[in-house]
Design a protein around this ligand. Structure first.
Ligand SMILES: Cc1ncc(COP(=O)(O)O)c(C=O)c1O
Length: 313
C-alpha cells in the first residue's frame, strides 16, 4: 500500500513540508546503511488519541544510536515532544510514527566523520501489517538471523533490515505471510519484524535477547501483561521443533501488534484456531492501547487529536 502522506515532517527540531524532507543520493546512509530508527503507534482513545510507550521507543532509538557512535543533538524529552508536536500539527491519529536518525551528506568513505547526524520523524495512517485475521501462515526461513558480534541485533538499525528483507521476501514468494529466522545456532530467534511467543502446557515462552532478537517494546508489554494475568512466563532458548508442537504461537510487534499464527511450514498449530492465552493477552493489549482498559502500567502519552476510529478496527 502506498504511503499516505501527511502535511509535515519533523526535521532536526522543526516542522517542514512533507515534500521537502529529502536527502542527497550521496548521503552516507544511502551507501553504507548508516541509520537507526523506530516504529511507534498512536491509538484512538474514547476521547482523543495516545501514543503507545513513546519514551521506551525513544530510549531504544537513543540506545541504537549509541551503539553506532552517533551523537544525537536531542534529548529523550525533546524527541518525545517532537512526536507529540508532529501528530498534533498533522492532525492524524491513529497513526504509525517513524523516527529515523541517519548519517547525511558530507564525505565519501565508510568512516562517517564529516557526515552530519540528522533526525527526522514522520507520521502517517497505517492499518494492519500482517494479513490473516484467524491467524497467519508462516514458515521457518532458510536465512538465519544476524550472528552475535556481527550486526548488533539490539540496535534497530536500517542495515539489519537487509536480513529481514531476505526472510520476508522468501516467505512471501513461497506463499506465506511471514518468515521466522533462526539464530546462527539454529535456535528460534524472531520474525523478520516481530518477536515470537509460544504457549505450551500453560507456560508462555519467548527467546531471550541473546538469541539475536530485538528487545521489542511489544514483547516487553506482553511479558508485563502475562505476569499481571498470573501466567507462567519464561525467557529461554526455543528449539525449532517446539514451534510445531506448541499449543499456541503468536508474533508481537508495533506493526504486527499481537498476531496469532495458525500454521508453521504448513503444520497447523494445535487445531489452527486462535488460542485462549493469545486471546487474553491480545484483549488486554488492545484494551490498554485503545483506552478501553485502565492504563495500569503508564504506557500512554495523550495527544490532542480527534481520532475517529481504532487502528485495529
Ligand atoms: C526484527 C524485529 N523484531 C521485533 C520487533 C518488535 O519490536 P517492537 O515491539 O518494539 O515493535 C520488530 C519491530 O520493530 C522488528 O523489526
Amino acid at each position: 500500500m502506498p504511503i499516505q502522506t501527511t502535511e509535515k515532517i519533523w526535521r532536526n527540531g522543526s516542522l517542514i513540508p512533507w515534500e521537502q524532507a529529502t536527502i542527497h543520493v550521496m548521503s552516507h546512509v544511502i551507501h553504507y546503511g548508516s541509520s537507526v530508527f523506530e516504529g511507534i503507534r498512536a491509538y484512538a482513545q474514547p476521547h482523543g488519541a495516545a501514543v503507545f510507550r513513546l519514551p521506551e521507543h525513544m530510549q531504544r532509538l537513543l540506545d541504537s544510536a549509541k551503539i553506532y557512535r552517533m551523537e544525537v543533538p536531542f534529548t529523550l524529552d525533546e524527541l518525545c515532544a517532537g512526536v507529540v508536536d508532529l501528530i498534533e500539527a498533522n492532525g492524524v491519529a491513529p497513526c504509525y510514527i517513524r523516527p529515523i536518525i541517519l548519517r547525511g551528506y558530507g564525505e565519501m568513505g565508510v568512516g562517517p566523520k564529516g557526515c552530519p547526524v540528522e533526525v527526522y520523524i514522520a507520521n502517517f495512517p497505517w492499518g494492519k501489517y500482517l494479513a490473516g485475521h484467524g491467524g497467519a501462515d508462516v514458515c521457518i526461513s532458510s536465512w538465519n538471523r544476524l550472528a552475535p558480534n556481527t550486526m548488533p541485533a539490539l540496535a534497530k538499525a536500517g542495515a539489519n533490515y537487509m536480513n529481514s528483507q531476505l526472510i520476508h521476501m522468501e516467505a512471501e514468494v513461497n506463499g506465506y505471510q511471514e518468515g521466522i529466522g533462526l539464530d546462527v545456532n539454529g535456535l528460534v530467534s524472531e520474525g523478520s519484524g516481530e518477536n515470537i511467543f509460544v504457549v505450551r502446557n500453560g507456560v508462555l515462552f519467548t527467546p531471550p535477547l541473546a538469541n539475536s532478537t530485538l528487545s521489542g517494546i511489544t514483547r516487553d508489554s506482553v511479558l508485563t501483561i502475562a505476569r499481571h494475568l498470573g501466567l507462567a512466563v519464561t525467557e529461554q532458548p526455543i528449539p525449532r521443533e517446539l514451534l510445531y508442537i506448541a499449543d499456541e504461537v503468536f508474533f508481537t510487534g508495533t506493526a504486527a501488534e499481537v498476531q496469532p499464527i495458525r500454521s508453521i511450514d504448513r503444520i497447523p498449530i494445535a487445531d489452527g484456531k486462535v488460542g485462549e492465552t493469545t486471546k487474553k493477552i491480545a484483549d488486554e493489549f488492545f484494551g490498554i492501547a485503545n483506552g478501553l482498559k485502565p492504563d495500569r502500567f503508564g504506557w500512554l502519552t495523550p495527544v490532542k487529536v480527534d481520532a475517529k476510529a481504532a487502528v485495529t478496527a
